[in-house]
Design a protein around this ligand. Structure first.
Ligand code: PMP
Length: 328
């Protein structure tokens, strides 16, 4: 769909997947006025497809848009486009519960100008691809690199928005992590480099204690962390499973000492693409440590199973998180 200052959003249509042709002065390319989302459609037990919490992704896209001076995409247009594309592409999704359709909506400034001001023209694109989990089927344990050198988001910056520039700014740290044999970067707060925030594409949860005493802690949002839809799902699911949750700051030091003392028993990362993935090894420039047994812990496994069961429609959708796609 297109947007310009005189027509609002207009001309939405399904087109065969093809390269885009853009003016060399396209604003989005130069000044990064680009916001996007990532959400998934799953094949449910009855064979039809359902999208997980699309209204919440539509809301986050509007919030990201507001921060980047991009015109907000109406929820109705977002949902219609998701329905239409999933219905069209359903045959691509194999009948395999580990596979899902990953949907990538993106809104970018398409006006051709070098003027530094909010653009007058935008395009909304939605594309889909068939994926398994980010870390493959097994949701294998992840080894993470804590960067004390780089920052992802400063107070007042764009950390809470899902905008292209955040990811570009993270690549150097990401490659440093890889060079140290790690899969992912853990970001700390920009002011003190002390408080754990999130990872490149996932939010983090800490499990304190075991068995009936287990409880979850995740860093509070506070404007520099992306408000993950999966994070929110875990925050709501866990208490129903008898797991207390708190949004509270966790320092890097507390993470290390907590693991050494056996108080922190599991850590997991969660996101649409990553699902629920255990973090088993933590590296910094000075030291490294393991979390729990270094395998997927019981709490992580339980939450992962529970969330996946909801997404596949294997248990009743009591929270209204699944949107059935008409024509599937
Ligand atoms: N943090 C960042 C930086 C992300 O890119 C993502 C993925 N969108 C997440 C967290 C997890 O968010 P969600 O659960 O909505 O996918």
């Amino acid at each position: 769909a297109r947007h310009d200052t005189t027509h609002g959003w207009h001309d939405a249509r399904l087109e065969p997947y093809a390269p885009l042709s853009l003016d060399p002065a396209t604003v989005g390319l130069h000044y990064g006025q680009v916001v996007f989302e990532g959400l998934k459609a799953f094949r449910t037990e009855d064979g039809s497809l359902a999208v997980f919490r699309p209204e919440d992704h539509a809301r986050r896209l509007r919030e990201s848009a507001r921060r980047l001076m991009v015109p907000e995409l109406p929820e109705e247009l977002f949902l219609e486009s998701v329905d239409a594309l999933v219905a069209q592409d359903q045959a691509w999704l194999p009948d395999d519960p580990d596979m899902s359709l990953y949907l990538r909506p993106v809104v970018f400034a398409s006006e051709a100008t070098l003027a530094l001001r909010p653009a007058h023209e935008y395009r909304y694109l939605l594309l889909a691809c068939v994926t398994e989990g980010y870390f493959g089927r097994a949701q294998r344990p992840v080894r993470v690199w804590v960067t004390e050198e780089f920052s992802r988001a400063a107070p007042g910056g764009t950390g809470a928005a899902k905008c292209a520039g955040n990811y570009a700014a993270g690549l150097l740290a990401q490659e440093t992590a890889r060079a140290h044999g790690c899969d992912q970067v853990v970001w700390l707060d920009a002011a003190e480099h002390r408080w754990v925030e999130e990872m490149g594409g996932m939010n983090l949860f800490f499990v304190f204690g075991t068995g009936d005493d287990a409880r979850l802690v995740t860093p509070p949002l506070g404007g520099t962390i992306l408000p993950g839809v999966t994070r929110d799902s875990i925050l709501r699911l866990a208490p129903e499973l008898g797991l207390p949750v708190a949004e509270a700051p966790v320092s890097l030091e507390e993470w290390r000492k907590g693991c050494e003392a056996g108080e922190i028993t599991e850590v997991f990362a969660c996101g649409t693409a990553a699902r629920v993935s255990p973090v088993n090894e933590v590296c910094t420039a000075e030291t490294s440590w393991t979390v729990g047994e270094g395998t997927m812990g019981a709490v992580t496994a339980r939450l992962s199973r529970e969330l996946f069961a909801i997404q596949r429609g294997a248990v009743p959708d009591r929270r209204g998180w699944l949107r059935a796609v008409p024509g599937t």
